[in-house]
Write a protein that binds this ligand. Structure first.
Ligand code: XIL
Length: 335
């Protein structure tokens, strides 16, 4: 393994989040494969602060099946093994996502062929990790901002039933895995959240094995989603578990103490919303350190979105979560 020199001491000298969370709520993070393989401090903090992991990219279709005849399991298998060795729950992300359809999949193929391909893919991946993944994001970002179904290759070629089919295939491959629908922009009361609620009601009414709804939570420091706890509760009221699946809070650079304080409040606000809903099963961050966050690449001019800085030292947001969890009333600072 190619190790980067570690400047700061390896062992974390702050209270670990995983030790403070209620025992029925997991605290997770997306894992960056490169950082995991090369940075000992990254691994130390990952395993001390968190008890669940999601592959940031390693389980996406484009990575797993780069050509029609080739599956490449290495990165994904390594992470699953790492999770097992370190007692971390593994969250599978993601089976059907319009951004990760491999380039060799062609819309000119027949509906029948595409349907068979999707079924094969889902069956292959979910079976491989049967019993090792507690929850799968079966479909990711299938809604548009107005709450209607997103225009994707699957909707165009297979019609709206592809969603129910994907859940059924995944369930057949691992009947014990919790199957989630996951989306962004539905954390607060938005048109998309309303559409998501309608879609889930419909799927449940027809007996589709859907067991959870994931709220990504890619937030911006100066925008607080409206009534997150109340919105999550609407879903919980359907009798379905909910989860925060990809939280980060990007800051428009330059970073200032005021922006970091607002960021800390938003992190705390989201944790409070999750803990206020009795079926909220996990609270997952989209990366824990600014050293390997996706934000600077995907949102030019923004950065510093994580709980830990580029040296993997805890930021204000981390101490805000620690304080809130210790006081047993996270969210006091939120709205
Ligand atoms: C992102 C990764 O973080 C990036 O490294 C990659 O280039 C693109 O995907 N919603 C999701 C995640 O469901 O899979 C995305 O992850 C972030 C947005």
């Amino acid at each position: 393994m190619d190790e980067t020199p570690v400047a700061a001491p390896l062992a974390p000298d702050w209270p670990a989040l995983r030790g403070l969370m209620p025992s029925n709520v997991r605290i997770g993070t997306a894992v960056n494969g490169q950082a995991l393989a090369t940075n000992a401090r990254y691994r130390a903090v990952l395993t001390s602060d968190f008890n669940a992991v999601t592959a940031e990219n390693a389980m996406k279709w484009g990575q797993l099946q780069p050509t029609r005849d080739t599956y490449v399991w290495r990165a994904s298998d390594d992470l699953v093994a790492f999770a097992q060795e370190n007692g971390l729950a593994m969250y599978g992300h993601t089976l059907v996502w319009h951004h990760s359809v491999p380039p060799w999949v062609s819309e000119s193929w027949s509906a029948e062929e595409l349907r068979e391909l999707l079924k094969q893919y889902i069956t292959t991946v979910v079976s491989r990790y049967r019993g090792k993944i507690w929850a799968w994001d079966v479909v990711n970002e299938v809604l548009d901002e107005d709450g209607s179904l997103r225009d994707t290759i699957w909707l165009r070629k297979l019609g709206p039933d592809y969603i129910a089919d994907a859940f059924r295939w995944a369930h057949a491959a691992d009947p014990d895995a919790r199957l989630f629908i996951n989306d962004y922009g539905a954390e607060g009361r938005t048109g998309k959240a309303d559409g998501l609620l309608r879609l889930i009601r419909k799927l449940r009414a027809t007996g589709v094995p859907i067991h959870g709804v994931g709220f990504q939570g890619h937030l911006q420091w100066d925008k607080q989603p409206v009534d997150v706890a109340g919105n999550l509760q609407r879903f919980a009221d359907l009798g379905i578990p909910v989860a925060i699946t990809e939280l980060d809070v990007r800051i428009q650079l330059p970073m200032t103490p005021e922006k970091l304080a607002r960021q800390a409040m938003l992190y705390e606000h989201m944790l409070a919303a999750c803990l206020a809903v009795s079926t909220c099963e996990s609270f997952t961050l989209w990366g824990f350190t600014d050293a390997s966050s996706w934000i600077p690449h995907n949102y030019p001019g923004y950065g510093a979105a994580c709980l830990f800085d580029t040296d993997i030292r805890p930021k204000l947001a981390h101490s805000a979560l620690v304080r809130a969890l210790r006081e047993g009333r996270p969210g006091a600072a939120g709205g």
